[in-house]
Design a binder for this molecule. Structure first.
Ligand code: CP3
Length: 351
């Protein structure tokens, strides 16, 4: 059958940009757009037993995914889940202390977790069910994004049992390299399978959140970040899945260029510090860039916010660019600031 004449324009904007097509304006979505900044989320949250149960309840998680989509003209929805569901599926206890963040139980033996790799994605089938429900309700021009944590970032939580500055994990990467690399290897295998499950359930793009990529020396960054990400992308391709992957090595600094050329990802998330010229070099080298508005500025709002958005659009919208933050939306961000940012980006037209 010949495709309908307008079929190209029906491909969602975000997927067109990840395929490096020329578009009329950059697509926009925000990391952590689903969640605490929305009053309707906070109301929904009171109905869940606990945060993990919330993430694993497809009806509630689909609702949390769709809430920001009803309120704002985002071009993509990100499935409501958490990067710490995977350690739980591998056998480590995970819970969230109200107002404090994640807590994890003792690290299981690596050999024990290794035996759970195949089963882990299946234990998270609720996330697949959430994706199916959201895809059925989301308008076709809006992209559905799945995600997982980067193996290194997830490993830091598993090793330390809580949030922090990750210096204990970085120290372990030197003092107990075999243990850390063994854990990363298990997480890499499990993450590939988990993302494949999400894609088969309806995710049209997937993002790897490597939130703690900072302060790693080049050789360590190569072993613990670039190569595991390349293995995850390779696994998806071996499975016959050509879904675009966005990698976000937050804090990678100058190593982001090596990451972009060697990890195999189609999109690279940039953090708030990324220079204009760095983003342009990446665009020219063949990847789509995403970022990098400061969440603190989005929360502050006002003329400085509008001016910075204009600057980002001018410096990057000439190449493949997804408008986003350089980290997640802060919980106390005024809704008017979110609305103003979305309005400004969606009104932009490339010259
Ligand atoms: O819009 C979205 O991005 C929705 C889904 C999402 C959540 N967590 C929901 C969530 C995503 C993509 C994440 C990723 C995540 N989770 C990361 C990587 C991104 C980043 O911010 O660096 C990390 C490090 C985590 C681990 C995690 N989960 C922490 C440290 C915390 C506690 C601190 C915090 O931000 O609340 C969580 C809990 C969490 N994950 C909440 C939400 C909405 C808050 C739970 C609540 O109290 O309702």
């Amino acid at each position: 059958m010949t495709p309908a004449p307008d079929s190209a324009s029906q491909k969602p904007l975000l997927l067109r940009v990840l395929d490096r097509e020329r578009v009329e304006r950059p697509p926009i979505w925000f990391m952590r757009q689903a969640g605490r900044s929305l009053p309707e989320y906070r109301e929904l949250r009171t109905r869940a037993k606990d945060f993990v149960a919330f993430c694993l309840d497809p009806e509630m998680a689909a609702e949390a995914t769709l809430q920001p989509m009803r309120r704002f003209a985002y071009d993509a929805a990100i499935v409501f889940a958490d990067i710490l569901l995977l350690p739980k599926a591998l056998g480590q206890e995970v819970w969230f202390e109200t107002g404090e963040g994640p807590r994890l139980g003792a690290l299981p033996e690596l050999a024990a977790m290794e035996r759970e790799i195949e089963a882990a994605a299946g234990r998270l089938s609720a996330v697949g069910e959430t994706l199916k429900r959201v895809r059925a309700e989301l308008e076709p021009h809006r992209t559905l994004i799945g995600f997982a944590g980067g193996p290194w970032t997830v490993a830091t939580y598993m090793l330390e049992g809580r949030g922090g500055d990750r210096s204990a994990s970085r120290a372990l990467a030197f003092s107990e390299p075999a243990k850390v690399e063994g854990l990363i290897s298990i997480l890499t295998e499990a993450t590939g399978r988990y993302l494949a499950m999400q894609i088969r359930a309806g995710a049209q793009a997937v993002q790897i959140f490597e939130s703690w990529a900072e302060l790693l020396p080049e050789d360590v960054f190569d072993r613990l970040v670039i190569r595991p990400h390349a293995r995850i992308v390779g696994y998806l391709r071996e499975q016959g899945l050509d879904t675009p992957v966005i990698g976000f090595p937050r804090g990678a600094g100058a190593l982001v260029e090596r990451y972009a050329s060697e990890s195999g990802v189609q999109g690279v998330g940039l953090d708030v510090q990324a220079p204009a010229t760095l983003g342009q070099r990446l665009q020219t080298s063949g990847v789509t860039i995403q970022g990098a508005l400061d969440p603190l500025l989005l929360r502050a709002g006002g003329p400085a916010l509008a001016a910075r958005i204009e600057t980002l659009l001018r410096q990057w919208s000439g190449g493949p660019y997804i408008f986003n933050l350089g980290h997640g939306v802060l919980p106390d961000t005024p809704l008017e600031h979110l609305a103003a940012a979305v309005a400004q980006v969606t009104a932009w037209r490339n010259g």
